[in-house]
Design a protein around this ligand. Structure first.
Ligand SMILES: Nc1ncnc2c1ncn2[C@@H]1O[C@H](COP(=O)(O)OP(=O)(O)OP(=O)(O)O)[C@@H](O)[C@H]1O
Ligand SMILES: [Mg+2]
Length: 460
C-alpha cells in the first residue's frame, strides 16, 4: 500500500485546485483533482481514493448530488464538503445526506488535513475489517462453492467472469443445487459487496401484496398501509436483489417488474413520484420458464430481460465427481460446528454416495453430512441404501473426557439438534408447524435454531 493516502479533490475553480494540491501534498496526501462532478465520477472509476473533498456549488452537479452519486458507488467513502457561503441549513443538509464534515472557504488547510487524517484512518480500518471478514467467511466455508467436476468448474468460471458486471443473471437448476449460494457469491464478488444482499422469495409473499413488497407503498395507499414502506427494490439500491422463484410471480406483477427493469425507476404504490434505483438483479427458478412462456404463464419480454446471463446448476446426480469433495467440505463444517473430530465417510458409503440419485441435490447431501457428524455413519447408512458399516460408528453417549454436567449438556444439545432437524424435515422447514409439534413458542424455536446454527431454509 502506498503510504501517501489518495484524496480526491473536486472544485470547478482551477486556482482552488492548485492551492489545495500544494497544501495537501505538504500535509502528506496524494491529490487527485477533478474540475466537475462528472470528472470526479470518471476518476472514481479508475482510482480508489480514501476520501473526497468537494466544493458545494459547481455548475454541473452540486457537491451534495455528487456525494450521493459517489456513495452509490462507494457507500462509505468519507466526504468533506466545502463552500463559500455557509448557512446552517446547508451544513445540516450536507451532514444528513452523509457528509463527514463541512468547511467554509477560505479553507484552512491544517484543519482540513486533520479531518482528512482521521477520515483516512477510519476508512483504512473499515477496509481492513472488510478484508478480514471476507477471509474469515472463506475460512468458515461460508461462501465457498465446492466442486471439481468440469460442470462445476464451468459454473465457477462463469461466476468469476460475470460477478463484477451489473448485468442481470438468471440461475436455473433443480432444488438444492446451489442457486442461492451462487447468487450470494455473485454479490460478494461484485463492487456492490459492501451493501447488504437483499433476497425475496417470490413464492413466499401473497401475490396481492407483491407489488408493495417489491416497490413499497405510501401511507394510506391501501387498507392496512398504516405507514410508508420502502420496498425491496429501494432496499437494494446500489446493491443486488435476489428474486428467488421468480417463475411464481403472477402476470400483473410481471408487467410491473418489467417496467421497472426497463426504466430503472419505480413508483411506490399510492404515489406518482418516480424513484430512480440502481439494482443488480439475480433471479432464480427451478421451473421450466420456456414452457411457462409458451403456456402464457410467464411474459416473454420479461423472460428475455431476466435471461441476459443464464447460469445452469446441474443436478448432483449428473456430477457424481463432486460428491467426495462436497462431503469433505460439509463434514469439516459440521465437525467444527459441533466440536467433533473429523470422521470421513467409510469407503463403501462414499461409493454409495457417488451412485445415489440425490433428489434433494446438494442440500440433501449437506443434511446427510450433518446427521453423520451428529449421529455417526451407522445412522445414515440406510439412507444411502448401504449397509451400516461394521464398526460401531455412532459416537458414544457419554463423553468421558468431560465433567458430568458438561457431558450431559452436550448430550441434550445433540438430542435437540437431531429432534429439531427431523421435525423440520417432516414439516419442510415450516417453523410455525414445527413449534406447534414441539409444543414450544415460535420465538423459542427461532432462538434454538440460531443457537444450533440451523436454517429452516435447508429443509424446504
Ligand atoms: N457447490 C456447492 N458448494 C458448497 N455448498 C453448496 C454448493 N451447492 C449448494 N451448496 C449448499 O447446499 C445447500 C442448498 O443450496 P441452495 O440453497 O443454494 O440451493 P437452491 O438451488 O437455492 O435450492 P432451492 O431451489 O430449493 O431454493 C445450501 O446449504 C448451500 O450452501
Ligand atoms: Mg433457493
Amino acid at each position: 500500500m502506498s503510504c501517501e493516502p489518495l484524496v480526491l479533490v473536486v472544485d470547478d475553480d482551477p486556482g482552488t485546485r492548485k492551492v489545495a494540491r500544494a497544501n495537501l501534498s505538504l500535509e502528506g496526501f496524494e491529490v487527485l483533482a477533478a474540475s466537475s462532478g462528472a470528472e470526479a465520477l470518471a476518476r472514481l472509476a479508475e482510482a480508489d481514493p480514501l476520501a473526497m473533498v468537494s466544493d458545494l456549488k459547481m455548475p454541473d452537479l452540486d457537491g451534495i448530488a455528487l456525494m450521493e452519486r459517489v456513495h452509490a458507488l462507494r457507500p462509505q467513502l468519507p466526504v468533506v464538503l466545502v463552500t463559500a457561503h455557509a448557512t446552517v441549513e446547508t451544513a445540516v443538509q450536507a451532514m444528513r445526506k452523509g457528509a463527514l464534515h463541512y468547511l467554509t472557504k477560505p479553507i484552512r488547510y491544517d484543519e482540513l488535513a486533520l479531518v482528512l487524517r482521521h477520515a483516512v484512518a477510519a476508512e483504512r480500518a473499515r477496509r481492513d475489517v472488510l478484508a478480514l471478514r471476507g477471509e474469515l467467511e472463506r475460512a468458515a466455508g461460508f461462501d465457498v462453492l465446492v466442486g471439481d467436476s468440469p460442470q462445476m468448474q464451468q459454473v465457477l468460471a462463469l461466476v468469476e467472469q460475470v460477478a463484477p458486471a451489473a448485468a442481470t443473471v438468471l440461475l436455473r437448476g433443480e432444488t438444492g443445487t446451489g442457486k442461492e449460494l451462487v447468487a450470494r457469491a455473485l454479490h460478494r464478488r461484485s463492487p456492490r459487496r459492501d451493501r447488504p444482499f437483499v433476497a425475496l422469495n417470490c413464492s413466499a409473499v401473497p401475490q396481492g401484496l407483491m407489488e408493495s413488497e417489491l416497490f413499497g407503498h405510501e401511507k394510506g395507499a391501501f387498507t392496512g398501509a398504516v405507514a410508508r414502506r420502502v420496498g425491496r427494490f429501494e432496499q437494494a439500491d446500489g446493491s443486488t436483489l435476489f428474486l428467488d422463484e421468480v417463475g411464481e410471480l403472477d402476470l400483473p406483477v410481471q408487467a410491473k417488474l418489467l417496467r421497472v427493469l426497463q426504466e430503472r425507476e419505480l413508483t411506490r404504490v399510492g404515489s406518482t413520484a418516480p424513484v430512480r434505483v440502481d439494482v443488480r438483479i439475480v433471479a432464480a427458478t427451478n421451473r421450466d420458464l420456456e414452457r411457462l412462456v409458451r403456456e402464457g404463464g410467464f411474459r416473454e419480454d420479461l423472460y428475455y430481460r431476466l435471461n441476459v446471463i443464464p447460469i445452469h446448476l446441474p443436478p448432483l446426480r449428473e456430477r457424481p465427481g463432486d460428491v467426495p469433495a462436497l462431503m469433505g467440505h460439509f463434514l469439516g463444517e459440521f465437525a467444527r460446528r459441533y466440536g467433533r473430530a473429523p470422521d470421513p465417510a467409510p469407503p463403501e458409503l462414499l461409493a454409495a454416495g457417488c451412485a445415489w440419485r440425490w433428489p434433494g441435490n446438494v442440500r440433501e447431501l449437506r443434511n446427510l453430512c450433518e446427521r453423520a457428524v451428529v449421529m455417526g455413519w451407522g445412522a445414515v447408512a440406510p439412507m444411502l441404501g448401504g449397509a451400516p458399516p461394521s464398526a460401531p460408528a455412532t459416537a458414544p453417549l457419554a463423553d468421558l473426557d468431560l465433567p458430568l454436567l458438561e457431558a450431559r449438556q452436550r448430550l441434550v444439545e445433540r438430542f435437540e439438534r437431531e429432534y429439531l432437524s427431523r421435525l423440520l424435515e417432516r414439516h419442510r422447514g415450516r417453523v410455525g408447524e414445527v413449534a406447534r409439534a414441539a409444543g414450544i413458542a415460535e420465538r423459542n424455536l427461532y432462538e434454538k435454531l440460531k443457537q444450533y446454527g440451523m436454517s429452516r431454509e435447508d429443509y424446504r
